[in-house]
Design a protein around this ligand. Structure first.
Ligand SMILES: [Zn+2]
Length: 376
């Protein structure tokens, strides 16, 4: 092992008898009246073993180990002796990623291990229209395999926000145009595209069963398509994200295995919002495509939130996993509100996930919401 003080925390600043590491509110201040800590940190250049540090600093091996253990607790060190499994091309391509992962690495978990996790992961994207920015982000991050699904062609009205596509792609199937573009972003990743229109939950099972995480960006038919994805993901124990843009609002939902699900969310909403039952019956039977308000800044906002959640999920950076719905209102400011989705004890979908079922009808779901104490 050759401990190295991480580059991302340099320079170290001295203020009177203290040294300050990091910036602003994140900064760590250490008392260092006799300059010994500063000298110790400067010696951690990644070229010396623990024994060599002991000789250079004229302190015992145990004192060196105590010092590096204390700094490692604050994630300030990495091991410069780690052998890289990334080739030169990958080290260059993912250089900024590796620097970013330095915020999470320590002496025993190198930055590179996070990149390798991304490279070994598979994300399924159902609907590659509004989510096209997310797919570009995943390809750039180095997610090893992207499974895409769509049945649409690229239209002129898509180009205000779906920046994976260009005017040259007009009329092309999105699955073909997306694959071409994603391979141009990162030829090292694997792309699998399915040109199909989803009409039930069952057809999704074979497409998402190899994915580590699923993105649902199918918008038609509204609510019904989300319930198909919900049934398939709950049955296969897949974490999935879904959401969209409505007027000035961006909605993001995350559903995790063994937590609550989208049907729980609908039951919760029917119980708590007067008239919601009539609203979902209406929304599920009408075509709202004429009032699409998908504006590029909001689509980009949604895309960055999705990419963030996917990255955290794949890299296991969340302290705890729970199903939630988040609502971002981008009007005269950006207001972010997040609520947990409660688990309905009589949920037709997640109360018995081992048996695969197509979603029950809306009428049955509304009846289930009439039962008292379903969240106790
Ligand atoms: Zn449920």
């Amino acid at each position: 092992m050759k401990p190295k003080f991480k580059n991302i925390y340099k320079p170290i600043v001295r203020i009177d008898n203290k040294i300050r590491i990091g910036f602003e509110s994140e900064a760590l201040e250490i008392e260092d009246e006799d300059l010994s800590v500063e000298k110790f940190i400067h010696s951690l250049d990644g070229n010396k073993s623990i024994e060599e540090l002991s000789q250079t600093l004229n302190i015992t091996v145990d004192e060196v180990i105590d010092g590096i253990s204390a700094l490692d607790e604050y994630l300030l060190l990495e091991d410069a002796d780690t052998i890289s499994n990334l080739n030169m091309n990958q080290q260059e391509r993912y250089r900024a990623n590796l620097n970013y992962f330095s915020f999470h690495s320590n002496l025993h978990t190198p930055s590179e291990s996070f990149q390798r996790k991304l490279n070994g992961s598979t994300v399924a994207i159902l609907g590659i229209g509004g989510s096209s920015l997310i797919s570009a982000s995943l390809a750039g991050m180095g997610v090893g395999k992207i499974i895409g699904l769509d049945y649409d062609t690229v239209e002129l009205s898509n180009l205000n926000r779906q920046f994976l596509y260009s005017e040259d792609d007009l009329g092309k199937l999105k699955t073909i145009a997306a694959e071409e573009r994603l391979k141009k972003i990162n030829k090292e990743i694997e792309i699998e595209m399915h040109n199909m229109k989803v009409t039930n939950a069952k057809d999704l099972l074979s497409i998402i069963d190899r994915a580590d995480v699923v993105i649902n960006a199918i918008d038609q038919p509204p609510i019904t398509s989300s319930r198909w994805v919900n049934s398939a993901c709950v049955h296969l124990n897949k974490t999935y994200l879904q959401g969209g843009v409505t007027n000035t609002r961006v909605v993001l939902q995350k559903i995790v295995p063994s937590g609550s699900c989208f049907d729980c969310y609908l039951i919760q909403s029917i119980k708590s919002v007067e008239g919601f039952d009539k609203q979902i019956l209406s929304a599920s039977t009408h075509n709202f495509s004429g009032r699409n308000t998908a504006y590029a800044p909001n689509i980009a906002l949604m895309g960055s939130l999705f990419s963030t959640e996917i990255s955290k999920h794949i890299l296991s950076l969340n302290e705890r996993e729970e199903s939630f719905t988040a609502d971002i209102n981008n009007f005269d400011g950006i207001d972010y509100k997040k609520f947990p989705i409660l688990k309905a004890t009589n949920c037709p979908t997640c109360s018995n996930p081992h048996i695969f079922k197509e979603p029950v009808s809306f009428k049955e779901l509304i009846q289930m919401a009439q039962v008292e104490d379903v969240f106790s």
